[in-house]
Ligand binder design. Structure first.
Ligand SMILES: NC(=O)c1ccc[n+]([C@@H]2O[C@H](COP(=O)([O-])OP(=O)(O)OC[C@H]3O[C@@H](n4cnc5c(N)ncnc54)[C@H](O)[C@@H]3O)[C@@H](O)[C@H]2O)c1
Length: 452
């Protein structure tokens, strides 16, 4: 099938375009971002994601993909046009639909015969109906036929290529039979369950999934806080929970709270459009509130442990919102830096940051932190190490070496990547999430007994 992706160099657009190309479609990835188009036309990638370079090479070698900023070509040459433009957080948590509305108007203006318009961007329930009205109002010839379909995307950054090529399900929302046939043809080579429904239910599936995932994260963070206070170990609690098939193990990692480009903004959007439909959602509001507490708790701990922070050096490992991606949108690490610097404005605190793939962040933050070339320089003479992203290479660090590199042996491990018994027995002060400090006293007394 001939397919165009509008927003085709974005995270979702690019992976979708390449994935559909590998499945044999002729794909045009259209985007307004000339820099990313040029990068891709040079065979390079604008984002970091495992397996994506191979996908780009294969699709280009097989002549199955084109990157362009020409909307006319994209619309004229494709029977199916998929919109994957950004839908960021707008005022009061509402979704900012301006990119989508703009793209719909421009697409409508180019259509001269039947097209299926697919909304892949995450957008509030009712967006497909809104899209239909916008397209109708902007067609050159008001009798040109078209359909609007909802096809939300569920890929997880850090695992995005695998998730797109082998999704657990594909959700399609259609309001007429003709577009059902076209969408089934598009995904015929994907051997996975297809959930076929109306556009509104399809739009809602995406919000329900993200709200549920966010709830699990906030839930386990709350359990972690209780564990710390009642001297229990969240690792053991998780072992006991995850073997229950009704619960499972994914998205139950205690940590700095959820971040990234989707969960927070989708949850806020859901709360906002539900509010307009007279649904209050107290549970989901609490999920958001719980998430905000997480970073503040970490900062309060760091400040209280460092006591006098003037002139101290903090080393932060990890900037991306999770391992396997260079995406720092709404990253807990970025929030931590913002809040730390805001709180410690006049203290001449030094913050050194290392991430294996992210080498800078947006200003004004960028010039307020130092990016050493390697982990060793980051940790040298540090008074506190804060682990913010669970990159595998951080898990393999030599803790004894870190102990000797740091000026003050204090670790705040927001991803629980280090074995706390070992860390503690080396002499560090250590805080994980959900691990009570009383447990260290037990280790301490065991150590003392073994010395005696
Ligand atoms: N990133 C994820 O993990 C993820 C997962 C599932 C769903 N989503 C949803 O997918 C959508 C896209 O997210 P993303 O992370 O890929 O965003 P992104 O910012 O990486 O990409 C959006 C792209 O759209 C382009 N664009 C904007 N206006 C345009 C226009 N008028 N014409 C052509 N291109 C235009 C931008 O230049 C950009 O390249 C969002 O609705 C998001 O909520 C994202």
């Amino acid at each position: 099938m001939n397919v165009s992706i509008i927003g085709g160099t974005g995270y979702v657009g690019l992976i979708t375009g390449l994935g559909l190309a590998i499945h044999g479609n002729n794909v045009i990835c259209m985007d307004t971002d000339l820099r990313k188009i040029e990068t891709l036309n040079n065979g390079e990638l604008p984002i970091y994601e495992e397996g994506l370079a191979e996908l780009l090479k294969e699709a280009t070698d097989r002549n199955k993909i084109v990157f362009t900023n020409c909307l006319k070509t994209a619309v004229n040459k494709s029977e199916l046009i998929m919109l994957a433009v950004g839908t960021p957080e707008g005022k009061n948590g509402e979704t900012d639909l301006s990119h989508l509305v703009q793209a719909l108007k421009l697409v409508a203006n180019q259509i001269d015969s039947y097209r299926t318009i697919v909304i892949k961007s995450t957008a509030p329930v009712g967006t497909c109906e809104m899209a239909r009205t916008i397209i109708k109002d902007h067609l050159k010839n008001r009798f040109t036929p078209f359909d609007v379909v909802s096809n939300p995307e569920f890929l997880r950054e850090g695992n995005a290529v695998r998730d797109f090529l082998k999704p657990e399900r594909i959700v399609i929302g259609v309001d007429v039979y003709a577009s059902e046939v076209i969408m089934k043809e598009l995904y015929q080579s994907f051997d996975v369950p297809i959930v076929l429904t109306d556009t509104r239910s399809s739009e809602m599936v995406k919000y329900a999934c993200n709200a549920y995932l966010a709830t699990r994260i906030s839930f386990i963070n709350e359990i972690s806080e209780i564990s710390e206070k009642v001297n229990a170990d969240v690792h053991a609690i998780l072992e006991g929970m995850k073997l229950d098939k009704r619960i499972g193990e994914l998205y139950l990692n205690p940590g700095p709270g959820f971040g990234g480009p989707c969960l927070t903004k989708d949850l806020k959007s859901l709360i906002s459009f539900a509010g307009k439909a007279n649904a209050e959602l107290p549970l989901l509001k609490a999920v958001l509130e719980r998430n905000e507490v997480q970073i503040s708790n970490i900062i309060d701990y760091v400040i209280s442990e460092l006591q006098d922070v003037r002139g101290k050096k903090i080393a932060v490992l990890g900037l991306s919102f999770k391992a396997g991606t260079n995406d720092t949108r709404n990253s807990p690490a970025v929030h931590l830096l913002e809040k730390l610097l805001e709180k410690l404005l006049d203290t001449k605190i030094l913050i050194h940051v290392y991430d294996p793939v992210v080498k800078s962040i947006e200003e004004p933050l960028n010039s307020r932190v130092v990016f050493p070339k390697n982990i060793e320089d980051t940790l040298r003479n540090a008074d506190c190490l804060i682990v913010m992203t669970e990159w595998p290479k951080f898990k393999e660090l030599d803790l004894e070496k870190i102990y000797h590199l740091m000026r003050t042996p204090l670790i705040v491990d927001t991803r629980n990547i280090f074995p706390y018994r070992k860390v503690y027995s080396l002499g560090f002060r250590y805080k994980g999430i959900g691990i009570a400090s009383k447990r260290f006293e037990t280790i301490q007394s065991t150590l003392e007994k073994s010395i005696v």
